[in-house]
Write a protein that binds this ligand. Structure first.
Ligand code: HEM
Length: 418
């Protein structure tokens, strides 16, 4: 926590309006920079590719807030980053506890389990893209709300057996839980309601078990292991449903926006010079859907060089999306979207023991969504080509709030008004 007698440190802007410029400034200042987060919480921001790789594989760094964050008592109730920092699930476990928790869920997302999901993803994409194609000439649609969000939400909710009537509210609450600009009162209300709704989901599935991953979690008692406690079950549902759709939504929305603002790359796709995989990996590099993940904690003093020592117990914010634009890693035009570049390396899915379990699924969803969209609607264009949509007000997720398009050519009358 900060105290008025301490020297000032940069404040991370919770509205994230200029998140890449902010990260670039911090990257230039050192391997880790002490910043102030909302709620007057101080943490080290880490934005360099190599330092992120080192810290995420360092056994002296934990994600267990209960055991390894001495300052936790000073965090305000309803802390806006608490929805992720205090998730009671694999994301905030350390060592063997983490391995056990990950073992319950990760096998369901292995490439061989994900590959057969393609027809299901394709069917949803077909339906959503057909609805976009049926709009009247010149009528606008938001690709985030009309394609990216329902596609990823439908898939993750189907996988976890979330009944239709719970989906909309759950999705809305998860969106709000990742908004870093909320007041503490608003964040607390959102977090409380979210856990209430997830508890209802657990109760519902206990009464109506099915062929879904929530039922698997309920039944996942393993020999020699205690059953999943209710709070961990609910925390895991939050992790999986939130991680499963908020991230992939942003990948699809950002990639669509980048392609629409780079017509030369769309021409390259059509001519077969590049493929959707190139576009997806380059989007992950330049617009990583996860900006920061709160939090990690130093188990002992960690000397990063350049005079920077993260003290034992200090919290750390790892900036995964910042790594992709690190000029040390990508000296050639690090901020520029160029799917033809040879090195599209990124840390968008994390690194080390917490590496994203959903990466194969996210890549599949993005490929199906983008290829279906651009193949079926070749005339797709931005509704306001000169205007850049606002970014989500979040330090955690990164992406455009909307991607307004006209799926079909405007009528002659509309064209003359432009
Ligand atoms: C483009 C889409 C995605 C991105 C960019 C992304 C990014 C990430 C990142 C950066 C982490 C590491 C967090 C850390 O180390 O602090 C992570 C972990 C995780 N992701 Fe993803 N993710 C995506 C999609 C998904 C999907 C579709 C799912 C679920 C189906 C998922 C489930 C998870 C889980 C459960 C973890 C925690 C793993 C652990 O703690 O061991 N993610 N993700």
């Amino acid at each position: 926590m900060s105290d008025s007698s301490e020297p000032r440190c940069p404040f991370l802007d919770p509205t994230a309006g200029a998140i890449h410029a902010e990260a670039a400034g911090l990257r230039g200042q050192g391997p880790a920079v002490l910043v102030e987060l909302p709620g007057q919480v101080r943490a080290w921001s880490v934005t360099r590719h190599a330092v992120i790789q080192a810290l995420t594989t360092d056994p002296r760094v934990s994600r267990d807030f209960r055991r390894h964050w001495p300052g936790i008592g000073e965090v305000p109730d309803g802390w806006v980053l608490g929805s992720v920092a205090f998730q009671d699930s694999l994301v905030n476990r350390y060592g063997d506890e983490h391995r056990r928790a990950r073992g319950r869920i990760a096998p369901s997302f292995l490439p061989r389990r994900v590959k057969p999901m393609r027809p299901q993803v394709q069917a949803t994409a077909d339906r959503l893209v057909a609805a976009l194609g049926a709009l009247a000439p010149g009528e606008r649609a938001d690709l985030r709300g009309a394609l990216a969000r329902p596609l990823t939400m439908t898939l993750i909710c189907d996988l976890f057996g979330v009944p239709e009537e719970m989906r909309e509210r759950l999705g809305h609450l998860i969106d709000r839980a990742l908004d870093s600009s909320l007041t503490e009162d608003a964040a607390l209300a959102v977090q409380n309601e979210l856990y209430e709704r997830l508890g209802e989901l657990a109760t519902y599935k206990r009464a109506r078990p099915g062929a879904d991953l929530t039922t698997d979690l309920l039944l996942s008692d393993r020999p020699g292991e205690p059953p999943l406690a209710e709070h961990e079950l609910v925390g895991t549902l939050f992790t999986m449903i939130a991680a499963g759709f908020e991230t992939a939504v942003n990948l699809i929305a950002s990639a669509a926006l980048l392609v629409l603002t780079h017509p030369e790359q769309l021409a390259g796709l059509r001519a077969g010079r590049i493929g959707w995989t190139d576009v997806i990996e380059e989007t992950l590099r330049v617009e990583g859907p996860i900006m920061y993940v709160p939090l990690r904690y130093a188990l002992e003093d960690i000397d990063l060089g350049e005079g920077v020592v993260i003290a034992k117990g200090d919290p750390i914010m790892v900036g995964f999306a910042a790594a992709g634009r690190d000029p040390q890693e990508h000296p050639d035009r690090p901020d520029e979207f160029d799917p033809t570049r040879a090195d599209k390396g990124h840390l968008a899915f994390g690194h080390g023991p917490h590496f994203c379990v959903g990466a194969p699924l996210a890549r599949l969803e993005a490929e199906v969504a983008l290829s279906t969209l651009f193949e079926r609607l070749p005339e797709l264009a931005l509704a306001e080509p000169g205007r850049r949509p606002a970014r989500l007000p979040s330090l955690i997720v990164n992406g455009p709030e909307s991607v307004e398009v006209v799926p079909r050519p405007r009528t002659g009358g509309d064209r003359t008004r432009e």
